[in-house]
Ligand binder design. Structure first.
Ligand code: ATP
Length: 362
């Protein structure tokens, strides 16, 4: 469906979503192997299968030029979704279009318009220097030589790997290799980039370099990006919107900033007491951590914040106080651990309104 695309500086006209996914499902039939010799022998004659619903009835839409985080715990269905959008696998049901192409129809024209980068998979020739793989890409994608040289030089300089492109890929560090993978993925100037864990295993410096590159490249070229990552630093640096998937189903689709508000049941009160110590009865307010007398933090249920603050300020001499959100990383980790129980903290919080006892009355 055509719609107005407000996020795009260069797109003031009516445009189609770059990616449209509707009720997409992918089910695998997996052989269930029983333990023990007898069961194994029996399995030779009578095979038992179980069904794995990797992606269940997933729908979302992404506008041209958006950079969207696709988050979820291990086995949530992220890679399967990206494989579907790349046309590597067929869905069991449902539909999707990317740039108006149905990915699993595998049209040549579509292959030139997107790229998939998988942090856990090497797409370059292991024994050859990266520049040989780049040349191979030029042939595969039939990139005009002048354009190819210009793009390669731009990418090589942006990612600071000029000295490394003639070294066999197997001799490169993980971070250097990932930078080469990104160059290879972008040489044909795709409009859609699917990134599956591009910073997995990288040290902090390499992670930041990849983040900065992606941010710059995306803003310069206006490409549409889906990014899966377990590193919330990547996500916070790059994406304003997040789609959260768990057990194959979408649990949240909206601004990243809303996640903490919607799913966190707690906030953190940061306190600095006058004097050099902290009171020893702070546990009655919540979980005490980060203890550096006279400073300390207490994690408190969201709906008790004002009561706790009132009691604290009445009972103690406090020099400084602040209320902080819990880090996104923790909130998401909690969501993934607790599954549906962590959903909708905003609703649940209303039931937790226990009074805070005054000091000495416990
Ligand atoms: N080829 C396959 N055959 C059978 N089951 C599969 C296959 N590929 C994925 N699955 C199953 O589908 C589910 C989703 O897997 P998927 O790789 O999409 O998860 P993910 O969110 O990418 O996880 P991770 O963060 O660990 O990469 C898992 O239960 C997985 O075991």
């Amino acid at each position: 469906m055509a719609r107005l695309c407000p996020g795009q500086l260069h797109c003031y006209y009516l445009c189609m979503p770059a990616i449209e996914v509707s009720n997409l499902s992918k089910t695998y039939r997996v052989y269930r192997k029983r333990e023990g010799l007898l069961a194994s022998v029996r399995g030779l004659f009578h095979r038992e299968y179980k069904t794995v619903e990797a992606v269940r009835d997933v729908s979302f839409s992404i506008e041209p030029g958006e950079m969207v985080a696709f988050l979820g715990p291990n086995g949530a269905g992220k890679t399967t979704t990206l494989k579907l959008l790349s046309g590597l696998i067929h869905p069991t049901s449902g539909g999707a279009t990317v740039l108006d192409y149905v990915p699993w129809h595998r049209e040549h024209a579509y292959r030139r318009r997107f790229s998939l980068v998988m942090g856990q998979k090497n797409q370059l020739w292991w024994d050859l220097p990266a520049q040989e793989s780049f040349t191979l890409h030029r042939e595969i994608y039939r990139i005009e030589p002048t354009q190819f040289n210009r793009r390669r030089d731009e990418l090589v300089d942006l990612l600071e790997v000029r000295d490394l492109i003639s070294q066999p890929v197997r001799e490169l560090s993980l971070g250097e290799r990932m930078r080469m993978e990104l160059i290879a993925a972008l040489l044909h100037s795709p409009d859609v980039l699917l990134l599956d864990e591009p910073t997995i295993g990288l040290d902090v410096v390499s992670q930041r370099r990849v983040q900065e590159f992606l941010k710059y490249y995306q803003s310069e070229h206006g490409i549409t990006v889906i990014l899966t990552s377990h590193y919330m630093k990547d996500v916070e640096a790059l994406c304003r919107r997040a789609i959260i998937i768990n057990e194959g189903e979408i649990k949240h689709d909206g601004p990243l900033a809303e996640i903490v508000d919607r799913f966190s049941r707690h906030k953190v009160i940061q306190l600095q007491f006058s004097g050099s110590s902290i009171p020893d009865d702070l546990e009655r307010f919540g979980t005490v951590f980060d203890v550096h007398p006279p400073r300390v933090k207490v994690e408190v249920p969201r709906n008790r914040i004002s009561q706790v603050l009132t009691t604290l300020l009445a009972d103690y001499t406090i020099e400084d106080v602040g209320v902080l959100d819990r880090p996104l990383e923790e909130v998401i980790a909690e969501m993934f651990t607790n599954g549906d129980q962590a959903d909708r903290a905003d609703v649940d919080a209303a039931d937790e309104s226990q009074p805070v006892t005054a000091a000495g009355n416990d």
